[in-house]
Design a protein around this ligand. Structure first.
Ligand SMILES: NC(=O)c1ccc[n+]([C@@H]2O[C@H](COP(=O)([O-])OP(=O)(O)OC[C@H]3O[C@@H](n4cnc5c(N)ncnc54)[C@H](OP(=O)(O)O)[C@@H]3O)[C@@H](O)[C@H]2O)c1
Length: 339
């Protein structure tokens, strides 16, 4: 056991795109677990777009991060010391904890992971929060029906890639937008998307969507917002559902733009536009886990991960999300299970 525990602190509130100087790596003694607590060694960390919102001191559905405090993330860890009766060294668990190599946590708050079920990194990806976001957002909010056309933006990311595949399982025509030819090829050649648009190589999103969606769009799963979303509205069918999952194109903007006002169309086409937060469905996490796990096991859902090696590179991995560097889920590999 090392003497020191490294942590990442947020030391500045970024304006626009976050840069490395907003973060500071510090060392402290490895914390001691108290009664009912365990010491958890971080194995895999998740970095996610929502973290950009936590850096901004504004009211939202969750508390923002205080300056000079450790940030938080979903992680998978190994119990290395336990003072809780349910946990013993070697057990694997997941929880949202500090960006740190070691966390002390009340054993009651941890979720157990069976390491024989799937690779550990998947519990912060396809079998973790992003997978559940895709599952509940598409099925409960989007309500896709067989034969309908589903468009998903940010389609080659952690959430989007799973959304498209669940839509295929449900018998839909699926079109994705993503930011490189490699991503587009992955969607169409390997994940079974019917079509995909590289938005960085497309001047006219309205025309590209018209070509890809000859029968219009019935469900739009929006991870991105901005100009892509404006173009999708041109093709929404009557009674279409728009699922607002995220708006990553807006996260680094200092002023929120006003897009085309489509509310007359919301009226005439009887559209439903609904935002959601994955935690709204937390009482059904086990159901999502069972179904996602089944689809991963039988091959109906494939996944990919972009792995950044080393705890010290976590901020780099986070910033990369806003530059489209990841294909599939962006994870940080911190350590391996102890021998
Ligand atoms: N509602 C919820 O509870 C919930 C839960 C989880 C995630 N989310 C949201 O879901 C979305 C996807 O999250 P994720 O974890 O799956 O991330 P991700 O898609 O794996 O990673 C982010 C991707 O966003 C794209 N992107 C970055 N900047 C962009 C821009 N300016 N315009 C268009 N695309 C841009 C990049 O891909 P390209 O190469 O394609 O640009 C990048 O790879 C985010 O908006 C996130 O906030 C919501």
């Amino acid at each position: 056991m090392p003497d020191t525990n490294r942590q990442w602190l947020l030391t500045d509130r970024p304006h626009g795109q976050p840069t490395l100087d907003a973060f500071e790596l510090v060392e402290e003694p490895v914390p001691e677990p108290g009664p009912k607590e365990v010491l958890l060694k971080t194995l895999w960390m998740s970095v996610d777009p929502y973290m950009r919102g936590r850096m901004r001191a504004t009211d939202s559905y969750a508390d923002y991060w205080e300056l000079d405090e450790p940030m938080r993330c979903h992680l998978v860890g190994e119990v290395v010391e336990s003072k809780h009766p349910d946990w013993e060294p070697g057990d694997i668990a997941t929880e949202r904890l500090q960006w740190a190599e070691y966390n002390v946590v009340d054993g009651h708050d941890l979720d157990r992971i069976d390491p024989d079920l799937a690779p550990l990194s998947t519990f912060v990806g396809v079998l973790g929060m992003p997978g559940r976001t895709a599952y509940f957002g598409l099925l409960e909010v989007g309500e896709p029906k067989p034969g309908e056309t589903v468009v998903v933006s940010g389609a080659a990311g952690a959430v989007g890639s799973v959304v498209g595949q669940i839509a295929k399982i449900n018998g839909c025509r699926v079109v994705g937008t993503a930011g490189s030819d490699e991503k587009v090829d992955w969607l169409t050649d390997e994940l079974g998307f019917d079509d995909a648009i590289n938005y960085k190589e497309t001047d006219d999103y309205v025309a590209a969507l018209e070509a890809a969606c000859p029968d219009g769009i019935d469900v739009y799963f929006d991870n991105v917002g901005g100009a892509i979303t404006d173009a999708v509205f041109e093709h929404l069918n009557e009674f279409a559902r728009v699922v607002i999952c995220g708006q990553i194109a807006l996260y680094n903007l200092e002023e929120q733009p006003t897009g085309p006002r489509k509310f007359r169309m919301v009226n005439t086409h009887r559209l439903r536009i609904q935002g959601f937060i994955v935690g709204d469905f937390s009482n059904r996490n086990e159901e999502a886990m069972a179904r996602l796990g089944g689809w991963v096991t039988n091959g109906d859902i494939q996944y990919r991960e972009t792995v950044t090696e080393g705890f010290e590179r976590a901020p780099e991995a986070l910033i990369g999300l806003f530059e489209g560097e990841n294909i599939g889920k962006q994870v940080v590999h911190v350590a391996d299970v102890e021998d």
